[in-house]
Design a protein around this ligand. Structure first.
Ligand code: AHM
Ligand code: MG
Length: 341
């Protein structure tokens, strides 16, 4: 952006506001609240090595995973920021068994609900490796003025009005979409603002990175094993062998592949027969961003993630996302086996 004036998140949100289908400034306010919460979490993540915030909090979340102190801090920070916005009627997070319903006079009339993973990549928290926040915004289906119900959260991903993630990495970035392309902002710590850095992000149709936890190889479906062999075979005309890159933080792995081109796969395995990643908190928002950047997101068995009707809050799903041609190629290997999800 040579010579261009820096544009902050709030400025861009306001500019885009008129294009929102329900333009009353509400969604803009909501994204602004989210940006503020992200800055608070960013501060805490950056100081994590200095304060007593690392390590286990002693609790176990609904998925049976240890909760870290930072997980809980992020969960509380985002929830209270949404509550104080007065526009959100409830939140579902990976950290809580049930939906969080806001019943104060303002929030109960809110038009929006949020699904989120407040701090994804927990296993990387203690070791100073990139982690992220992932969020999805929907309009509620129940009537404003009444408390939200679980059905409000079980909407197909194609109903998202906005989605995004914050990556706490070498820089902190916020990447979001409202269905008008994927836009990235980088936090400038000197002024405390998210500044526009990546407009109309477009992922290459073809890439040369594959990202999967290969330690689980023995547990993968045969189609995935075959595709991995394909990735590793030498063929200069298709840029193979591809590079294997896997951080173990979905946001960081996806963000890298979004920019460079690549495929991310978390398939179902013999020990996680439904997959590991969560449809509502991880896959739907990432799928929306991927598609808005020209990529794809499927379950590996021909089903678009955004068209999956969720049955339960913490539903898991097999996940293939990234450069369009790579996802299609992986699916072609999957379809050789009579294995449906
Ligand atoms: P979390 O929500 O408990 O942090 O788990 C989700 C993370 C993703 O960020 C990442 O893609 C995946 O789990 C890594 O799993 P694995 O360690 O099995 O490869
Ligand atoms: Mg997670």
């Amino acid at each position: 952006m040579k010579g261009a004036q820096v544009q902050t998140l709030n400025e861009v949100i306001i500019q885009q506001q008129s294009a929102f289908p329900y333009a009353k400034g509400e969604l803009s306010r909501l994204l602004t609240h989210l940006g503020v919460a992200a800055k608070i979490v960013h501060k805490k993540v950056n100081k994590a090595g200095l304060v007593d915030i690392l390590g286990e909090a002693g609790a176990i979340n609904i998925q049976g995973e240890d909760q870290k102190k930072l997980d809980i801090f992020a969960d509380k920070t985002f929830i209270s920021s949404f509550k104080s916005s007065g526009i959100v009627a409830g939140v579902a997070t990976e950290e809580q068994d049930e939906i969080v319903v806001f019943t104060d006079n303002l929030s109960v009339n809110g038009n929006y609900i949020i699904c989120m993973d407040p701090l994804d990549g927990s296993s990387n928290i203690d070791v100073n490796v990139s982690i992220g926040t992932i969020f999805s915004i929907y309009r509620r289906i129940s009537s404003p003025g009444t408390p939200v119900v679980t059905e409000d959260f079980l909407q197909e991903g194609n109903k998202q009005v906005a989605a995004g993630y914050v990556i706490y990495g070498s820089s902190t970035m916020l990447v979001y979409t409202t269905g008008l392309g994927t836009t990235g902002f980088t936090l400038d710590p000197s002024i405390g603002e998210f500044c526009l850095s990546n407009q109309f992000m477009e992922t290459p149709k073809e890439g040369s990175i594959y990202s999967i936890n290969e330690g689980n190889y023995i547990k993968f479906p045969q189609g995935v094993k075959d595709y991995l062999k394909y990735c590793q075979v030498e063929d200069k005309s298709t840029n193979r062998p591809y590079s294997s890159r896997y951080i173990g933080s979905l946001v960081a792995d996806f963000h890298r592949n979004l920019i460079k081109g690549g495929i991310f796969i978390y398939p179902r395995t013999s020990s996680n027969p439904r997959g590991k990643l969560r449809l509502l908190y991880e896959c739907n928002p990432i799928a929306f961003l991927a598609e808005q950047a020209g990529g794809l997101a499927t379950n590996g068995y021909g089903k678009r993630i955004l068209d999956v009707k969720p049955k339960e809050l913490h539903q898991r799903i097999s996940f293939f996302t990234g450069s369009a041609n790579m996802v299609k190629k992986a699916e072609s290997f999957m379809s050789k086996y009579d294995e449906k999800q």
